[in-house]
Design a protein around this ligand. Sequence first.
Ligand code: SAM
Ligand code: SF4
Length: 325
Amino acid sequence: MITEKRTINYLRISITDRCNLRCLYCMPEEGMDFVPHPEILSYEEILRVVRVSTQGGIRKVRLTGGEPLVRKGFIDFLGRLFEIHELEEITLTTNGVLLEEFAPDIKKCGICRLNISLDSLQAERFHHITGRDYFDRVWAGIRGAETLGFSPIKINVVAMRGINDDEVLDFARLTMEKPYHVRFIEFMPVGRSNGWRQERFVSTEELFRRLETLGSLEQIRNNALDGPAERYRFKEAPGEIGLIGALSHHFCDRCNRLRLTADGQLRGCLFSDSEVDLKTSLREGRSDAHLLDLIRLAVENKPREHGILQSGPRKCVRPMSSIGG
Ligand code: SAM
Ligand code: SF4
């Protein structure tokens, strides 16, 4: 699907809003309003949306959440997703807690590339940020994935001042030792109570300046299905650095994505609460042509830019876990 100058070919799917961690920037320990189970799209419904969306030009799907690996039947679903041959790429974002157990089957289904979230290289701090003592399990997952030959393994780090920003260079050094792609993500004001404050925000410009103190960074070119990260590498490093400036350096003019929420709403933009309801049509048994019209409507409604810099950071009401970060 092509709008103005943008080609929309990438669908991110939150397959569940449940999670086995409680990251302080995403899901508060108390008071989360989870989507009631009957309102969550079934795997069958998700597969139908994907099939129809490929008729509209979707070529890449990312499975996310919540934590996708906590949803029952995930591997069977993944196998069926791989039967949709129009898709050129299927990827997964996980917190890694259950990865050691699932990685062999994920690989067998056909996924090669993984994004794993890890906001600290220190066990105690990891516990503080995620609310759970699973640091070793995540590392077992990362190492297991590496042994199985997943490549690249991308490590997502949300940079937060006063919480983990003192580890920026430690993460950067990891790319000099390992073939990991460490991607620093700007902390975003999403969800009602995710603790976002201006003082916590670290821009990609600031991250770049800090990273340069370790050595010179050469820029790497993106391809058509790549996301918005600006990619860099230290000389002779096996790994890469990615900078995702979702707020400050916004990349709306290159944004190629739609998002399907866990309860079947299609969103054009993380920061706009405008949504197109697919679930009702799916459950009323409407035709593929009708669904495709709705998908095209979501593309047409996709904002040209999120405008956060002009309007000041505002929160999108839905939690990140149901939109799929
Ligand atoms: N549970 C999986 C995980 O954590 O990788 C997948 C879902 S999570 C919502 C997807 C990504 O969104 C993670 O990399 C997470 O760090 C990121 N994320 C969540 N809330 C965020 C926020 N407020 N600002 C920036 N990134 C955020
Ligand atoms: Fe769970 Fe991922 Fe949100 Fe952390 S960022 S609470 S792992 S969904």
